[in-house]
Design a binder for this molecule. Sequence first.
Ligand code: ADP
Length: 448
Amino acid sequence: MLLEDFYEAIKIKDIRASAEYIAENIDSSDISSILEDISSRNELNVRVLDNDGMELYRTNQPYDRIIDRLSAADVRQLYWEAMRSGGLLFKRYEQAAPSRPQNGFMPSPPKNPMQTIVCVKVIQKAGDQTWTLLLGSSITPVDATVKTLRVQLIYATLILIAAAAFLAFILSRGIARPIIKINDSAKKLAKGNYDVSFNGTGYREIMELNETLNNAAKELAKTEKLRRELIANISHDLRTPLTMITGYGEIIRDLPDENTPENIRVIIDEANRLTRLVNDLMELSQLQSGTQQLQISRFNLTDVAKQTIERCAQFTKKDGYDITFSSDGDAWVEADELKISQVIYNLLGNALTYTGKDKTVAVSQQIKDGYVRISVKDTGDGISPEHIDNIWDRYYKVDKTHRRAALGTGLGLSIVKSIIQMHDGKCGVESKPGAGSTFWFELKLAEQ
Ligand code: ADP
């Protein structure tokens, strides 16, 4: 649409620049060659007339020669018009249609008659002399070009629309279809069907989404399983001591002879177990909900480990248990002393429960690279690889029939893990079936 206007504007700009250049150099000795050069480069013809309308210079380029066809009166008229408009004038001429018949036919007037732009510049010379500079340049009709371009544009647009539609189709197959498939699976997952698998195919991002959702489904299934186990465990764990307490209570009530310290002891022990279970549950839910604040202080971890071991040893010595402790110097940490001693206590309690016939547990401390590690090693049956990742989960018990394991709550290691995570530490276990287990945790050493 704008091609014609642009073309004309550029042309006028060129003609004006040429006129100004010629006016500047009109007194130059090689003005003739300058004129020839300008006229051939800009496709225009030039005439220079003096005060009396006498021709001083002219170029003879084979372009439209309208400036030659102007009469002396026309030139005079143009001169005055140019003077009125500040010495520079642009005028447009339309080439007249041939008026004589050609080959016996009268040709119809051309649809797009050739147009010529004539520029008139008045050059002030010394004295009162004024010269007239005439430049004429024809404007090639761009209509035909515009038409060609328009047709081309229509074709190009149609081809591009078709290509875009095809591409959109391919892309939608690659992106939308797998997403629809994944969405269907996600709806099933939302309804509680944890066996769904996400397997939308296509781009890498979709594959990654599959993987993430498959993992989420796996985790949800695990949580759901643990939730069911939890209810089963809690009801079982609560029912056993309650049955014992009720049973022994009734015996003592009905048979006065049975009111013995041993029977009372059973009731107290079972009540204590219930308290422990409820405390552990409370502790864990508080730890995991993040409502518990750590009471951070700087303390000697080596001393705390020693004290905890001594406290345990007092109870277990009479049963023949032997707990050893070795350390490589005093380790100072910034942590919650009570919670860390609980971690040691839990690991120690497990080791004592599961250690082998020699009834030994070895606790050791190593300092390395700004960290201190406390390891608790037992000589028991160890843990098989299929269970080792799960033992840190709530209520997970490897062997539910194990007599001593049945006494546990299944919460000890989850409490350990939560406390250590709150301290930005690490914990883990190395264990081989038949070769005992070594549970450990690591804390950052306090700065000196
Ligand atoms: P529990 O109160 O049952 O001991 P934990 O969370 O402390 O609960 O431990 C989870 C499970 O990990 C235990 O039931 C037991 O099967 C296993 N486990 C923990 N410590 C040891 C150990 N030192 N040796 C072998 N198995 C262990």
